[in-house]
Design a protein around this ligand. Structure first.
Ligand code: KG4
Ligand code: ZN
Length: 342
């Protein structure tokens, strides 16, 4: 059977992503981001994101078709993120996908954004082995999953109970007077600091949290601890050692993320870990993940960064997997669901 050509649309946050795949082969991956507009506010503003998606949608679809070198008539199916994410932003993608599906008479597949992050990996050279543990960390989510079957058996083990890890990076950057988005800034500044200079709290890592929150995350206490530490230094008239604060904060986040991910791997006896989401760009996350994977005998997968951050290709790839596994298309009555479970 011929491998399906699938066009995927992603609008769950601030990236308008349109990707095209043929089976497991990437043909195009175009992203328009409204990040610059949000930078003025220090974070993603839902109304701004939704309007930007509307403006970017048609040009991004055109650009993806041009990049793939095909016309719309060569597209066999459409896939779209229906959740979770920002409701207004999701609605733009879902509306566009339905319009495309109706206009072309092609089937439409509504997919889950988090599963899409895992699906990005099918575009890598070697197929992913299942089961695998997946840790997805971005400005919008911090989720730990067991993936037994990409298109049928994905279980959410835990997630953040307050801020997402990327959000914590962005907020702490702001406290330190660094621009948005803060993750890359903290990463850069932290390179010149001492990660052991300050011991910041590791959320939900206490034994008392274990029964209920063994695989969950919490970063708001950490953010508050950094804010207090900086305030105290300023009140005392001390110069804030920005590099040390950044390095110590980054170390705390990385420690929590990886402790929980490798714990899940050990608990479930699954020696495979897949990372996804924008925070995976973090130098310390990558370095420490590789170190711990080596120690634990876990095989570590990190897709190229362009497939780790939000994008349409991962949605298209998941759509293609659904088709190849014989799944039926979605009924057109579905809507955007900001809290869609995996
Ligand atoms: O996946 P992504 O591009 O978009 C979503 O949030 O869905 O992730 C963006 C997030 C932002 O919070 C950004 O600060 C963070 O990823 N980030 C980083 C780094 N690069 C981006 N966080 C830590 N270290 C980095 N190098
Ligand atoms: Zn995402």
């Amino acid at each position: 059977t011929r491998e399906p050509v699938v066009l995927g649309i992603e609008t769950s946050c601030d990236e308008t992503g349109v990707g095209i795949v043929r089976g497991r082969t990437l043909l195009a991956n175009v992203i328009a981001s409204s990040m610059d507009e949000h930078a003025r506010y220090g974070g993603v503003v839902p109304e701004v994101a939704a309007r930007a998606h509307l403006e970017a949608m048609n040009p991004t679809i055109e650009a993806a078709l041009a990049e793939a070198g095909i016309g719309l008539d060569a597209v066999d199916a459409i896939a779209v993120t229906s959740g979770p994410g920002l409701a207004g932003a999701l609605m733009v993608g879902v509306g566009a996908a339905k319009a495309l599906a109706v206009a072309t008479g092609r089937p439409l597949y509504a997919v889950n954004h988090l599963v899409g992050h895992v699906g990005a990996d099918v575009l890598a050279d070697e197929p992913l082995e299942y089961p695998t543990i997946a840790l997805l960390v971005s400005g919008g989510h911090t989720s730990l999953l067991v993936v037994r079957d990409l298109v049928g058996d994905v279980e959410l083990l835990g997630e953040t109970i307050d801020d997402a890890a990327g959000e914590a990076f962005d907020k702490v950057a702001r406290i330190l007077g660094l621009p948005y988005p803060g993750g890359p800034q903290i990463d850069r500044v932290a390179a010149g600091g001492d990660p052991k200079a300050i011991h910041f709290p590791r959320g939900l890592m206490q034994p008392k949290d274990d029964a209920k929150h063994r695989y969950d995350f919490s970063f708001s206490g950490l953010k508050t601890a950094v804010a207090r530490w900086v305030e105290r230094a300023e009140d005392a008239g001390e110069e804030v050692p920005v590099a040390d604060v950044a390095a110590s904060f980054r170390e705390a986040v990385v420690d929590v993320l990886l402790t929980k991910a490798f714990r899940a791997s050990a608990d479930f006896g699954i020696p495979r870990l897949l990372l996804g989401g924008g925070v995976v760009a973090n130098a310390r996350v990558r370095e420490e993940a590789a170190r711990r994977a080596g120690l634990a005998g876990v095989s570590l997968r990190i897709p190229p960064l362009s497939l780790c951050t939000d994008n349409g290709a991962m949605i298209a790839a998941l759509g293609a997997q659904l088709i190849m596994a014989g799944h039926r298309p979605s009924e057109l009555g579905f809507g955007a669901d900001s809290t869609l479970p995996v």
